[in-house]
Write a protein that binds this ligand. Structure first.
Ligand code: ATP
Ligand code: MG
Length: 749
């Protein structure tokens, strides 16, 4: 069970087991000097996640010790972000400034112990005296001051009798310590400025190294989790608490690796430069890697949580590919959001042999059977199609409308081109077409074969909308800041058209515009008269294709034509596969991914020949196997298609859960062992026997009387908590369906 846990949870479990702490208390301690970014999301997920997992709590604490840069608007943004991600911080938000008096008293105590002194040396002198890594430093001559003199000076510093920089308070530790942070670190400095919460009460402010450990202690924090760059500060953290004798159930600091993402800057200071420089419309510009930016763009909290989950927690810094974040949002929206028709670059088509109006029933979730929902799409004589979906002189392999090639209008009829109307400069401005009356989707008896279906809208009923299409904000993989900005990161389309059903939806809703991507109503700039849609993400990772031209050159795919940024026509072979995959129940995205990737589809075909479980196999092949194939060739994989089929068979017949299957897969990746062998060696067989699961549930119910009471009082959300605890206790082996049933039954009793 513990192998799959991250090292922080292992520490926490150990500490609970040994009785070091009765309750896990963590904190998320941002400085309110900017909007939180995706790196903060990782820290939020870790701190709040660990507290939740072990039934403890996590404080949200504003680390407001640097008054010149802080502001209440950032406090609000931080609260919003934590809430939006779905976490709760208990009664109040905490502020380090709440503890200024206590922290001051602790400083006085250190002075009395002769463990801190007021230093009046100049900055230059202080720097010189610090020494180097190889050379010990020299203690300031002011360290000789008597306790009385220090107490007097420190109080007068507090009262505002001195100018900024005239004196500082330093800890008296060790000027020759190998860890430079321990060479009499600064505890307080003079800042005669206004503080956004404490007003002008203080003329001195505590340094991070002094304030942080004490705030943790005051709040009863058990595990103070921070990023690796604080590793050397840990000695100071421990020195302060130990020297002050704050040793009973005191907090300890643990460090994890910061999140870094390519094409992204992750520093509030640098993000502030973009805001102040006007490169973006604000902290919540949909291109910003801030939580507010992702939210406005249309990312869901689930997608960010999944991303944080996937990247895991490590002790070594590494760079994550931004495509992984994009994958997470695509993955989350794929089955969740309705699919509708929109035309972003309209070309008029008049269907000369059609009169009147009809409404066509069309499902919102065409390929995901369990989800229900449909709408009516108005169809009429005059429609718009995408300009790119017609070509007068098409290259080979172009499968949409041409003078000789019919095309299917999605959900509707097949049309053929009869005449091309051009303006005086030769630009195509309209197509005259004919429709085939007996070709309506669902009752098509025309027998006409088309090679693709395209989106369209009826001109009379379509709504004009603005669409904002975003590209990466930095063109450089490892951007420094403003100088690496991508000047084309925002494209505004003023005249896009969508089918009317879209506009009658609730505002906080996302859509898949078929063949275009996922879109979200801009919550700030949208009005009823002027709807604005943000493109959240495309349907597939168009970047990785652009970035790896070498690979496609090496294996030329005969009829591949790049028509626009997103849609590349399929070869006949790919189209055949695509049709086959949709017909056996895969959704369009998965079918598309498989059909277009020869390695993946042949791997998939091989798994299919072993086991008839098309959907589950497609899932593992397009996700897990595809991930491995990004890094190596098929013949380098440790596992075979047959082994994957065996693994999925164990899921299908209930031997193991889906979750365990992923774990087993990770082991297969490394060892190449058979799934059955791994499952047997590690005792991972799913537990479905109620007589085994029942006592575990009883124990968990007995241990959590408060939550039971809350549940009985109506907080039914807690069902998830109990189920989660059971799954956790069994290392994910308990059959979730059985657990759910049993828990519900027992709690209902
Ligand atoms: P920035 O440089 O963006 O201002 P910071 O580290 O100064 O970041 P704080 O507001 O002090 O930001 O951080 C609050 C918490 O978030 C800290 O515990 C910090 O370690 C964590 N954090 C900040 N950036 C990241 C990141 N990229 N990955 C993981 N955790 C982070
Ligand atoms: Mg900071």
């Amino acid at each position: 069970m513990s192998e799959s846990k991250d090292f922080l949870r292992m520490i926490v479990e150990e500490d609970l087991k040994s009785g070091k702490y009765k309750e896990v208390v963590t904190r998320f301690p941002p400085e309110p000097n900017g909007f939180p970014h995706i790196g903060h999301a990782k820290s939020i997920v870790i701190n709040f996640g660990i507290a939740n997992d072990y039934n403890g709590h996590c404080n949200l604490r504003m680390d407001d010790t640097n008054p010149t840069k802080e502001d209440t608007k950032y406090v609000e943004a931080l609260k919003d972000a934590v809430e939006w991600l779905g976490f709760q911080w208990g009664d109040d938000v905490h502020f380090t400034s709440d503890y200024f008096s206590k922290i001051y008293d602790y400083a006085v105590e250190l002075i009395k112990m002769d463990k801190a002194y007021v230093d009046s040396a100049s900055e230059d002198e202080t720097r010189e005296n610090r020494g180097t890594v190889k050379q010990a430093g020299k203690r300031s001559k002011y360290a000789q001051r008597s306790v009385e003199e220090n107490l007097d000076l420190f109080e007068r510093m507090k009262n505002g009798e001195f100018k900024d920089g005239e004196h500082v308070l330093r800890a008296k530790i060790d000027m020759s310590a190998a860890n430079m942070k321990m060479r009499d670190p600064l505890l307080y400095r003079i800042r005669n400025v206004h503080h956004f919460r404490a007003d002008n009460k203080w003329s001195i402010y505590p340094m991070y190294d002094f304030a942080h450990c004490l705030s943790d202690y005051i709040e009863g924090v058990s595990h103070s989790i921070c990023t690796l760059e604080f590793e050397n500060n840990r000695d100071v953290y421990n020195w302060v608490l130990d020297t002050l004798g704050l040793t009973t159930s005191r907090p300890y600091q643990h460090e994890f690796a910061r999140l870094g993402i390519n094409y992204t800057v992750m520093s509030k200071r640098k993000l502030l430069e973009l805001v102040q420089g006007g490169q973006v419309s604000g902290w919540d510009d949909p291109r910003m890697p801030t939580i507010a930016g992702y939210r406005r763009r249309g990312y869901t909290p689930e997608s960010i949580l999944n991303f944080c989950d996937q990247i895991g927690i490590a002790k070594a810094n590494s760079m994550v590919d931004v495509a992984q974040l994009e994958f997470c949002i695509r993955d989350d929206l794929n089955t969740k959001v309705p699919r509708v028709l929109a035309v972003l670059d309209p070309l008029k088509v008049t269907i000369v042999n059609y009169e009147g109006n009809e409404e066509i029933d069309a499902p919102y979730y065409p390929h995901d059977v369990p989800k229900e929902g449909d709408r009516k799409i108005p169809f009429s004589k005059e429609i718009y199609i995408e300009r790119d979906d017609f070509m007068e002189n098409p290259p080979k392999g172009y499968f949409r409308l041409t003078p000789d090639q019919p095309v299917k209008l999605r959900h509707a009829y097949i049309i053929t081109c009869k005449e091309i109307i051009k303006d005086t400069s030769g630009n195509i401005i309209e197509i005259k077409a004919e429709y085939i009356p007996n070709s309506l989707s669902g009752s098509d008896t025309s027998g006409i074969k088309v090679k693709s279906a395209i989106q369209w809208v009826s001109i009379a009923e379509a709504k004009k909308v603005e669409v904002r299409v975003y590209d990466r904000i930095f063109k450089d993989e490892a951007p420094e800041g403003i100088e690496d900005i991508n000047p084309d990161s925002l494209k505004v389309i003023k005249n896009a058209f969508i089918e009317p059903a879209v506009i009658t939806q609730k505002p906080d809703e996302r859509f898949q515009f078929e063949r275009q991507g996922y879109f979200y109503f801009d919550p700030i700039d949208s009005t009823d008269e002027h709807p604005v849609f943000n493109k959240i993400v495309g349907l597939k990772d168009s970047w990785s294709k652009k970035e790896k031209p070498a690979k496609s050159e090496a294996k030329p795919q005969t009829k591949k034509v790049q028509v626009d940024g997103e849609v590349i026509a399929m070869s006949e072979k790919q189209q055949t596969l695509f049709d086959k995959y949709t017909s056996i129940g895969l959704n369009t995205e998965v079918s598309n991914t498989l059909a277009r990737d020869e390695q993946l589809s042949s791997f998939y075909e091989e798994t299919l020949s072993e086991l008839n479980s098309p959907i589950a196999l497609a899932n593992i092949v397009t996700n897990e196997v595809a991930r491995e194939l990004k890094q190596m060739q098929v013949d380098e994989l440790k596992f075979s298609a047959k082994q994957i089929a065996e693994l999925i068979k164990m899921v299908d017949d209930g031997t193991i859960s889906n979750k365990i299957a992923k774990q087993v897969f990770e082991e297969m990746v490394i060892s190449g062992e058979n799934a059955a062998q791994i499952v047997e060696n590690e005792g991972l067989v799913q537990i479905s026997d109620p007589s085994v699961i029942s006592p575990i549930i009883d124990e968990i119910i007995a241990k959590n009387p408060d939550n039971v009471a809350k549940f009985k009082a109506g907080n039914t959300k807690l069902l998830g908590f109990f189920v989660g605890q059971v799954l956790k206790t069994t290392g994910g082996k308990a059959n979730p369906v059985v657990v759910n049933e049993l828990v519900a039954k027992k709690l209902g009793e």
